[in-house]
Design a protein around this ligand. Structure first.
Ligand code: ADP
Length: 231
């Protein structure tokens, strides 16, 4: 599924607006956050600590959205660094392991070639993989323990590219969802921003790569990322 020029423009424009106003919004958010923290003991006395928790969570969500916007407006030339993709994936898996355990998901990693190298912006690509792994955990979570959750991450060479596949046995998705997947703001989650995949798509494109998805409702989903190989 290809992201259209329209979607790209929309995302680029949003990024620019966000960059311009983020500063103005972040400061008041920070002071609101601080004052709510100060009010917390008083709310607790009133038996309303739940309010503080909700306000803080919502402030954090607003901050997340600003952060993701800012990321989507990043210049198109990534900071390139030559790394072994297998090592990077292992690092991301290590980072995700405790959350996976908590959410009843098993993470698996497989590679046929440890030495495959890519030239990437490490922070950005890590963000993409984390996004996909998090989405996979969410999709497994929505099965409510129907089956043991499994997330398989695999990397292999595919002609001049490194192919990274992230497969889950979560709830999968229908055609409609698949068609909208990469649209900024498209989300089926209550607390979702709908930015993860559109930003990921943009990052991969800026690296001269592509991202594909295949999914079966009720069975699971597989994302495939292709990044140019350093030979
Ligand atoms: P968010 O996670 O905030 O909803 P994303 O852009 O990351 O935003 O994802 C958009 C939507 O794509 C999700 O709300 C979900 O419906 C769908 N989706 C993404 N990854 C998966 C997956 N692994 N399995 C099922 N659905 C998925």
């Amino acid at each position: 599924i290809e992201q259209t020029a329209y979607q790209n423009d929309k995302l680029a424009m949003l990024g620019k607006i966000a960059a311009a106003i983020a500063h103005e919004i972040r400061n008041p958010l920070t002071s609101i956050r601080g004052f709510i923290q100060l009010l917390r003991p008083h709310l607790m006395q009133l038996g309303k600590e739940e309010y503080a928790r909700i306000i803080l969570a919502e402030i954090d969500r607003a901050n997340d959205i600003i952060y993701e916007f800012l990321n989507s407006s990043k210049p198109s030339a990534p900071m390139a660094q030559e790394v072994r993709i297998a090592a990077l994936l292992k690092e991301v898996i290590l980072l995700s392991e405790s959350e996976a355990l908590m959410r009843g998901c098993q993470l698996q990693f497989e590679t046929c070639d440890e030495s495959l190298c890519v030239s990437i912006d490490v922070k950005q690509i890590k963000q993409v993989i984390l996004n996909l792994v998090k989405n996979a955990m969410d999709a497994i979570g929505e099965l409510n323990g129907e089956r043991p959750g499994l997330i398989a991450i695999k990397t292999q060479r595919n002609e001049q590219f490194v192919e990274i596949s992230i497969r889950d046995n979560g709830r999968g998705m229908d055609r409609l969802t698949m068609n909208k997947l990469f649209d900024p703001f498209f989300t089926t989650k209550e607390a979702g921003t709908g930015l993860g995949l559109s930003v990921s798509y943009r990052i991969i494109r800026n690296h001269g790569g592509t991202i594909r998805v295949d999914s079966n409702l009720g069975e699971g989903t597989e994302f495939n990322i292709y990044l140019p190989l350093v030979l």
